[in-house]
Write a protein that binds this ligand. Structure first.
Ligand SMILES: *Cc1c(COP(=O)(O)O)cnc(C)c1O
Length: 387
């Protein structure tokens, strides 16, 4: 067997992707051309959403989603502590406060029971969140119908951070429709890539228009938006304070090309996940959730060491994998334990399910081009270390 290092994730780029990028480089537009709307339509169609606004990255998408939903100073946004820091930082960009809702240890997503209890308490205290950001961790959909029911009852908006979940579905319905805005990421480790990139999906045309404005400096040429008579064909107005958060045509062309292979890449992830499920089930590990009503995008395959059944701890298992040339990773260090958030008053013990999960979790390699031989090496290494 080869001893080449196995990464935990890796983008999948083929000749068609390369050709699509080159064709764009030779075209009239490197940015603000036709490739971005084409990509927006393709992603919106995949998720059965009416509008897609492509953005430079998902972090920017979360930022303008918060602004479009009116988040500002004095407001509160709640998210899952088991996520990338961007899920919380978007509130801070808007001058708003952040709080967290602990996870469900099985799904590793925001616990709906904990959310419900926390909302009841916040309602009594008069401090309800303006926005809740559930995160489809590892590509496994959150219980969005239940979160939507709570949103309707308590009057908050939902930004679904579906950065991990391109192509995932719930009850046969692609994810996104229960959120006011759903955000996807196209970073190279994610399901499909544009190098850097993200998108806001929404079924609300007014939100889509607001997102488009915020993505590009708050500038509009739409006659319906103009406050003064046009000076001529060149005329535009800045009607809000926006950003340059645009995606380039080079990136969008790569994304559209990637989508031609999305199903095959998804099937490869599903098949690798099923083999891990079967081969690791006898080891003292907790494996990712499965449910008959959900299709996970299998962005990450996270095992948790069952510390009641083995003396091998997460540290030792991670080191054993590394010694065998296997690069694991850990998703995620609970956001509230980051120094920036500790300085805002969050403490260890605040969200015990997320903290307990973090102590035992390892992300093991899973990516579409992973070979049977590579997967066998990972399984053998785990089996040796845990026997
Ligand atoms: C990757 C990621 C982001 C940020 O995505 P970028 O496109 O890199 O800005 C946000 N949230 C989650 C959960 C992510 O995994």
């Amino acid at each position: 067997m080869s001893n080449e290092r196995i990464p935990y994730s890796r983008q999948s780029i083929d000749d068609a992707d390369v050709a699509a990028v080159i064709a764009t480089l030779r075209s009239d537009y490197l940015t603000q051309g036709p490739a971005v709307p084409t990509f927006e339509s393709a992603i919106s169609e995949l998720h059965a959403m009416a509008h897609g606004v492509a953005v430079a990255n998902a972090t920017g998408a979360l930022h303008i989603a918060c602004l479009a939903l009116g988040l500002g100073a004095g407001d509160v946004l709640w998210t899952s502590p088991n996520s990338f820091v961007a899920s919380a930082n978007c509130a801070r960009y808007c001058g708003a406060d952040v709080d967290f809702v602990d996870i469900d240890p099985t799904s590793r997503n925001m616990s709906v029971a904990a959310l419900s209890a926390k909302l009841e308490e916040a309602d009594r205290a008069g401090r309800l969140p303006k926005i809740v950001v559930p995160v489809d961790f590892a590509g496994y959909p959150c219980d969005m119908p239940a979160i939507r029911a709570l949103a309707d009852r308590y009057g908050f908006s939902i930004i679904e951070d579906a950065s991990h979940a391109v192509g995932a579905s719930l009850g046969g319905q692609p994810i996104g429709c229960h959120a006011d805005i759903a955000v996807l990421s196209f970073h190279p480790v994610k399901i499909v890539t544009t190098g850097e990139g993200g998108i806001c999906l929404t079924n609300n045309p007014a939100l889509a228009a607001k997102l488009r404005l915020l993505r590009s400096h708050g500038i509009s040429r739409d006659p319906a938006d103009l406050t003064q008579p046009s000076d001529g064909l060149w005329y535009y107005e800045q009607i809000d304070l926006g950003f340059n958060y645009r995606m380039s045509d080079i990136q969008a062309a790569l994304g559209t090309s990637q989508l031609n292979r999305r199903l095959a890449m998804q099937e490869a992830r599903e098949s690798l996940a099923r083999i891990y499920d079967a081969r690791l089930s006898g080891l003292p590990l907790k494996l990712p959730p499965r449910s008959a009503d959900r299709v996970s995008a299998h962005h990450l395959y996270v095992i948790e060491v069952d510390s009641s059944a083995t003396a091998v701890d997460r540290q030792a298992l991670f080191a054993a994998l590394a010694a065998d040339g296997i690069s694991g990773n850990v998703h995620y260090i609970p956001i509230h334990l980051q120094p920036y958030y500790r300085a805002l008053g969050f403490k260890a013990g605040g969200f015990p399910a997320a903290e307990n999960y973090y102590r035992n979790a390892i992300t093991i390699p899973l990516f579409p081009a992973m070979t049977d031989e590579q997967q066998e090496r990972v399984i053998q290494s785990l089996t040796r270390a845990l026997s």
